[in-house]
Write a protein that binds this ligand. Structure first.
Ligand SMILES: [Zn+2]
Length: 259
């Protein structure tokens, strides 16, 4: 390792070191993160982006890696472009300085040792103590005044220990979201099946109702027909009786000469 853009010291290497050495080594890593793109290890140059872990990247190199689908496994937290934020970062006016960026208000250089923050909402980058120094109480960006929440704060250029903690958190969140998606899919499948069953059941009930209605209508028709027949019979018999009565009267009148 060193300032040649090679790989940063990894945890395994750091574990072998004694505590004070480890601290120095860890700070050295943070310092390198303030100078070199965490993905390509090239010197950082605008436009710059960061991820939730707080690594800095040359935005164009990152885009190219996305397009070529060449994101290494150790950066699997960069699932898509939503997982990076393009930064509003200020270049060091001293171009010969080893650190390329500064806080636009305090002029402190982003050197990996001083704590710097980026805000996920607006992308502004500033020296962490600025908020305290300016006595800003509400959560508003000290550069552009856009409101933000605690969740939007990204600590830039973490040491390896800090990065490990952040990575573990991120991976947990990713796993949780994936699990939720899976559960939702399963839930949808189950409700689909239930819906299908319900629809089938409804259809069945409808068909049976229709069948029943059909039968009832037939029965009613038959009943009506039978009633009609009965009425006819009654009418006919009444008619016959009337005729009989008239015939009898006529015969009787003839017999008694009442015509
Ligand atoms: Zn801002």
């Amino acid at each position: 390792m060193g300032n040649d853009g090679g790989s940063f010291a990894e945890r395994a290497e750091l574990v072998k070191l004694k505590k004070p050495e480890k601290r120095v080594e860890s700070l050295l890593v943070a310092k390198q993160r303030a100078q070199f793109c965490s993905l390509t290890k090239e010197r950082l140059r605008k436009p710059i982006a960061c991820c939730r872990i707080g690594y800095l990247y040359n935005y164009d190199s990152l885009l190219k890696a996305f397009m070529d689908k060449k994101i290494p496994q150790e950066f699997k937290h960069l699932q898509n472009l939503k997982k990076i934020k393009k930064l509003n970062i200020t270049e060091n006016p001293d171009q010969n300085n080893e650190f390329p960026f500064v806080c636009p208000i305090s002029q402190k250089s982003l050197n990996g040792k001083e704590k710097f923050q980026a805000l996920w909402t607006c992308g502004c980058v500033f020296y962490e103590k600025l908020i305290k120094d300016l006595k800003i109480k509400e959560l508003k960006c000290p550069i552009c005044t856009k409101p933000y929440t605690e969740k939007d704060i990204v600590q830039l250029c973490p040491t390896n220990e800090e990065a490990e903690i952040k990575k573990a958190q991120l991976y947990k969140e990713i796993e949780l979201k994936e699990k939720q998606k899976e559960d939702q899919k399963k839930q949808l499948k189950v409700s689909d099946t239930v819906d299908n069953l319900e629809q089938q059941q409804k259809k069945k009930v409808c068909t049976e109702e229709q069948k029943f209605k059909g039968q009832t209508m037939e029965n009613n028709k038959l009943q009506n027909h039978t009633q009609d027949l009965k009425h006819n019979e009654i009418y006919q018999s009444l008619f016959h009786q009337q005729h009989k009565l008239e015939d009898n009267l006529f015969t009787r009148n003839v017999r008694f000469g009442n015509r």
